[in-house]
Design a protein around this ligand. Structure first.
Ligand SMILES: NC(=O)c1ccc[n+]([C@@H]2O[C@H](COP(=O)([O-])OP(=O)(O)OC[C@H]3O[C@@H](n4cnc5c(N)ncnc54)[C@H](OP(=O)(O)O)[C@@H]3O)[C@@H](O)[C@H]2O)c1
Length: 309
């Protein structure tokens, strides 16, 4: 089969190459991959840290080519979505069958490929924040892949949504169309204290957003796009009579258990037109290097999807 393999000498750090087909274990299905996505964490860091020849890739959408030998999981011909630690950027992927999400037939594979890391992270980060119906949610890094899902899902969940973006002028209207009630450029511009923050940026944005929490509010620290440390001024973490309890929790998608159920739900929302994957860049997988450089240089605002084959 062909795959995108890490090659640090190539533009973006990957190139198409012939590699061995994966050998599925008894509980794994073999999936014919139709589309994949590239995430921030793969473009920034993931490729640099991998050895030449590695097949990376977390997100893939495709069709079951061979069902698992132990009889588990979807049958041959089923459209599926997979989220895994590696191996998505290839024509064939071996995936533990019980982690495959079944997608509604006829759904665009490119839209499905945008879901695994970004959509699942957005959904589970909101779960971590607790009930949001009738509550105020602030989403930082809102113009990115995870941010756009988070804004839409928070609105679907009944929250008052404030989107924070460094591009208020460039992305404000888009974020409002996705469901944001307010769009701000800085945490200090938030008009009312919020019950939850889903933070995708880290650094000073996290520190300043924590200050915007209402009593019993929670900040879910999901992303670190700024790549900067968090320095809390003395007193920031003091409880006060009007705000005795605010929480900051860490988050990692890999620790969230089997994604199949939630990914299947997200796929149905996309199929039914209730969730837009916000594909900002789509093209053939031969152009992967271009996408990776676009993500590194902050030129892609939304999901980046590659069609495989
Ligand atoms: N913990 C986990 O398991 C998990 C899972 C998924 C993603 N993440 C992390 O979440 C973050 C967002 O992921 P993503 O896929 O949405 O990335 P993305 O599509 O590249 O979006 C990142 C957004 O962060 C904002 N940003 C602010 N300062 C930035 C800077 N110095 N460099 C780059 N972006 C900056 C930008 O939004 P504005 O222009 O709107 O400000 C940008 O659109 C990343 O740090 C990623 O690694 C973590």
């Amino acid at each position: 089969m062909r795959a995108l393999v890490v090659d640090h000498a190539a533009p973006g750090g990957v190139r198409l190459s012939a590699v061995e087909d994966p050998e599925p274990a008894r509980d794994e299905a073999l999936v014919r991959v139709r589309a994949v996505s590239v995430n921030f964490g793969e473009a920034v860091g993931g490729i640099d840290e991998a050895d030449d020849g590695t097949v990376l890739g977390w997100d893939a959408a495709g069709i079951v080519e061979r069902a698992a030998a132990d009889g588990s999981g979807p049958a041959v011909g089923t459209p599926v979505i997979s989220l895994g630690a590696a191996g998505a950027w290839a024509e064939l992927r071996a995936v533990r069958a019980d982690t495959l999400a079944v997608a509604p037939p006829g759904t665009d594979p490119g839209a499905l490929a945008a879901l695994p890391v970004a959509g699942f992270t957005a959904l589970r980060a909101l779960h971590e924040a607790g009930p949001i119906l009738g509550r105020r949610v602030l989403v930082t890094g809102a113009s990115g892949g995870v941010g756009r899902f988070t804004v839409q899902l928070a609105r679907l969940g009944g929250a008052h949504v404030t989107a924070l973006t460094s591009g208020v002028d460039t992305h404000g209207a888009e974020l409002r169309s996705l469901g944001a009630h307010d769009v701000v450029g800085e945490p200090r511009d938030v008009l009312h204290r919020v019950d939850a923050v889903i933070d995708l940026v880290g650094g000073a944005t996290l520190v300043d957003s924590f200050e915007q929490l209402a009593d019993n509010g929670v900040l879910v620290a999901v992303g670190h796009a700024a790549g900067l440390p968090e320095r809390f001024p003395h007193g920031s973490l003091f409880g006060t009579p009007d705000r005795p309890r605010r929480r900051l929790v860490t988050f990692h998608t890999a620790g969230q258990g089997n994604p199949a159920g939630d990914l299947g739900w997200l796929a149905r929302q996309v199929h039914d037109g209730l969730l837009d994957p916000q594909i900002a860049w789509r093209g053939p997988w031969a152009a992967a290097g271009e996408v990776i450089e676009g993500l590194r240089e902050r030129r892609i605002h939304g999901k980046a999807v590659l069609d495989v084959g």
